[in-house]
Design a protein around this ligand. Structure first.
Ligand code: FE2
Ligand code: FE2
Length: 328
């Protein structure tokens, strides 16, 4: 009988090592939403720690919100925050669906297969954890905009054919969630205990997911032809901006349910200075990624600027936001 040999892999040694580190990390540091969180602990809906942080949340910074009595700030803050959580859970279902398409394109012996399965397992845990959190807090939040929910099956199908766009979208969703959640547990006002625990677990595991998408793009982009790279350079900021809008800006109907006036909603989330500063600040590490992979050209840079997410790149991963540029 002849010998069947493994095909020569096209993966770089650096990428292989990264996959090894990430996969081992998934085995040794992971969480279970039912073993690691005590869901019997009730969350108080009137807990003052639901009040939105003016530094971290565009609505929290708005004078109208700050002028409301405490019980109203708590109610609005709780519904706003839980809507981000529900949106995050829905986004992660998209991620799992799309990544399952991606792994079916991989050949035998490819170490990405193992890592992607670890990541999907973790995302399934996050989806359960976030849904338990929503159920436990008790507000019937709807999560993302209706148009996105309707389009999810089609988007995941398209991503099955467009892995580069998929990996960019992963970062467009995970970077804003990561920034928002880190700020929640760093903030002075803190957060209710159950929220804090879920957010800590999520941040710990998301670091791997962000590293994978980042490393995948650093590995793949230089191997693409110039025309494709130019196309990606234009898509990149558009996808970032769309991802952040979906994750951070709640649908107006959700805010209307708790009495937020439309002009306050528009000013807080879309036109106000704090909202724009936070939006640009979510992408410091992404600006570093595009700078280091040659995706900045005069046209793409202009697009980043027009979309309000330009600024200097971070100097290292996770550098706090000091460098976003605001257009007046
Ligand atoms: Fe996640
Ligand atoms: Fe993730």
């Amino acid at each position: 009988m002849g010998t069947v040999t493994a095909p020569r892999s096209e993966l770089s040694e650096e990428f292989r090592q990264m996959l090894e580190v990430l996969s081992e990390g998934s085995v040794h540091i992971h969480f279970d939403p039912y073993e690691d969180i005590d869901w019997t602990v009730a969350t108080d809906p009137a807990d003052p720690r639901w009040v939105l942080d003016p530094e971290n949340d565009p609505l929290g910074a708005h004078p109208w919100y700050q002028a409301q009595p405490l019980d109203r700030r708590v109610e609005i803050g709780r519904v706003r925050f839980m809507n981000v959580i529900r949106t995050g859970a829905v986004f992660e279902t998209l991620l799992v669906r799309s990544m399952m398409h991606y792994v079916t394109t991989l050949e035998n012996f490819d170490p990405q297969f193992r890592y992607c399965l670890h990541e999907m397992t973790e995302e399934c845990n996050h989806i359960q954890m976030f849904q338990e959190l929503v159920n436990s807090v008790g507000d019937d939040v709807q999560g993302p905009h209706r148009h996105l929910r309707r389009a999810l099956p089609i988007i995941s199908l398209l991503f099955g054919y467009m892995p580069t766009l998929f990996m960019i979208t992963v970062l467009a969703g995970e970077e804003p969630i990561d920034h928002y959640q880190k700020a929640v547990i760093r903030a002075d006002g803190d957060a209710p205990d159950l929220v804090r625990r879920a957010v800590q677990i999520h941040i710990a595991e998301e670091a791997r997911h962000i590293s994978f998408a980042d490393a995948w793009l650093r590995h793949t982009l230089p191997r693409q032809n110039a025309l494709k790279r130019f196309g990606v350079s234009l898509w990149f900021p558009i996808v970032m901006r769309m991802g952040a809008l979906e994750i951070i800006v709640p649908p107006y109907r959700e805010m209307a349910r708790v009495g937020v006036p439309k002009d306050v909603y528009i000013e807080a989330f879309l036109t106000g200075r704090t909202g724009r500063r936070l939006m640009a600040g979510y992408f410091n590490d992404m600006r570093r990624l595009v700078s280091e992979t040659g995706l900045i050209n005069p046209v793409s840079q202009r697009l980043w600027q027009r979309l309000g997410i330009w600024g200097e790149p971070s100097r290292y991963r996770g550098e706090p936001d000091r460098r976003a540029v605001l257009r007046d």
